[in-house]
Design a protein around this ligand. Structure first.
Ligand SMILES: [Ca+2]
Length: 208
């Protein structure tokens, strides 16, 4: 579900005042700034609890409000979206936390497309879910590199081999080029029997 309105039209009135049972410490709304259209003017990005299972991602760009409904982790409430540039095109993208697991957070990524808020997808139009965390059993990391002037989103995905002491990890470090809301897979670097402090297992989304 998505909706759009011009400024001045009250949007989502039914949301206001809706009682949703959240932990006392959980936020029901967070607002941050981002330049979603690359015009140098900061735009407003907010997430707000919609009901017990959904949150609203809202953006305000040049007087136009856009919104989409996303899954909500009701045990946590909303979490400040991470503002990044996954494609390297100079416009900023929004990475929203949808599920906060014990060790791993699941995100979706959004940008401002020609028709409104656009979810980052794979080339076959499936939503691209991004994972960060993993605890001891797995290593999920997100980061970006700038290779010969091209930004790449790098996804680290590895699992622990419990048969070794100390534990080592096996998996992949996969690069994606992001353009027009689509992440296209590029190089896949295998991760084989790497210790937890291996550079192959590191990465911060803040690099994007
Ligand atoms: Ca702007």
């Amino acid at each position: 579900m998505s909706f759009v309105s011009r400024a001045g039209i009250v949007l989502g009135t039914a949301v206001i005042g809706m009682a949703v049972a959240l932990p006392a410490s959980a936020a029901d709304s967070v607002t941050v700034s981002a330049d979603l259209n690359g015009d140098g003017v900061a735009d407003k990005v907010s997430v707000r609890v919609y009901d017990s299972q959904r949150q609203v991602l809202n953006t305000e760009v040049g007087g136009t409000t856009l919104g989409v409904l996303l899954p909500l982790d009701s045990h946590i409430g909303v979490v400040a979206p991470k503002i990044v540039d996954l494609s390297g095109d100079g416009t900023q993208d929004i990475v929203v936390s949808e599920v906060e697991g014990a060790n791993t957070t699941t995100f979706s990524a959004w940008d401002l497309g020609p028709a409104g808020l656009r979810q980052l997808t794979t080339p076959d139009s499936q939503p691209m879910r991004l994972y960060d965390g993993g605890g001891l059993a797995a290593r999920n990391r997100l980061t970006c590199t700038d290779d010969q002037g091209f930004r790449e989103l790098v996804v680290v995905s590895a699992e622990a081999d419990w048969n070794t002491d100390p534990i080592v990890y096996n998996g992949t470090r996969t690069s994606y080029r992001v353009a027009d809301g689509v992440a296209t897979q590029g190089q896949v670097v295998p991760i084989t029997a790497q210790p937890g402090d291996s550079p192959l297992l590191q990465g911060e989304l803040a690099a994007c």
